[in-house]
Design a protein around this ligand. Sequence first.
Ligand code: R5P
Length: 294
Amino acid sequence: MKLIIGPASENLAIKTAKLAGYEKIKVIKKQFPDGEVYIRLDGSVKNENVAILQTTCPPQNINLMQLVFMASAAKLSGAKKVIGIIPYLAYARQDKIFLPGENISADTIAQMLKASGIDEIITVNVHQEDVLKRFSFPAKNLSAIPLLAEYIKQRGHNGAFSLAPDKGAVHIAEQAKKVLGGESGYLEKRRDRYTGELSVSKKNFNVKGKTSIIFDDIISTGGTIIKAAKILLDLGAARVFAACVHPLLIGNAEKRILNAGVEEIIGTDSVPSSFSKVSLAPLISQEIKAHEIG
Ligand code: R5P
């Protein structure tokens, strides 16, 4: 197995290749003045099984195009099997038609990946795991929540309360609870399909005097975390932290979250940023090694 170092996940891919003991294939990339992307694989993949590690966080359209071009280039260069390792899978949140006339973006992306020559994918904390069942090729979802919870535990927060900001994230809070001990709970979240407006309400749990960690798959605008933090602080939580797998933090999300009383934001290098305190390299390298044996 050789590992193609996707430009959007360069550091993570280098760490992963080192841990897995795989040869790295570097990628030469550029962008034309009109915005189109160019990539060239700088190494041979002929008759090899290859994995491409490329996240598709913003700028997602560029990162997606680079990914499909790398896959297609690998196949054109004689690669046998191409595995796409896509920590953040763009467009996965639109996994059904909510309003008439919409597209199911997740399905379109899957078709694009397949057409480019990708034979299977591995992703991390995809928004809805069920979406992967509709893909016409093997697609595996890994969870980085135990890694995030372990990091938080090592920082002295053993026994902290793990909160899911909506029902869809309950499994996330439960995974965290297994590592942190303590209790877990969830909030009820509703988003207006037309205006995008959020409303979050509390369920029954006791966080008085406790350190509480809000665990989510994605932090985007920060709206969800801000509402959840307010509820925790109103209920008397002593300290509030926010942890997520994909720290997108668009615009001034960080400032707004910190202003809401959250002490720290902890994310992974699925989305390379100043919040990437936990690396996915051990999780991914372990999976591809197991994959190879399997
Ligand atoms: C949606 O249900 C996700 O799990 C996240 O809660 C959501 O994407 C976060 O978005 P924002 O930060 O904009 O509230």
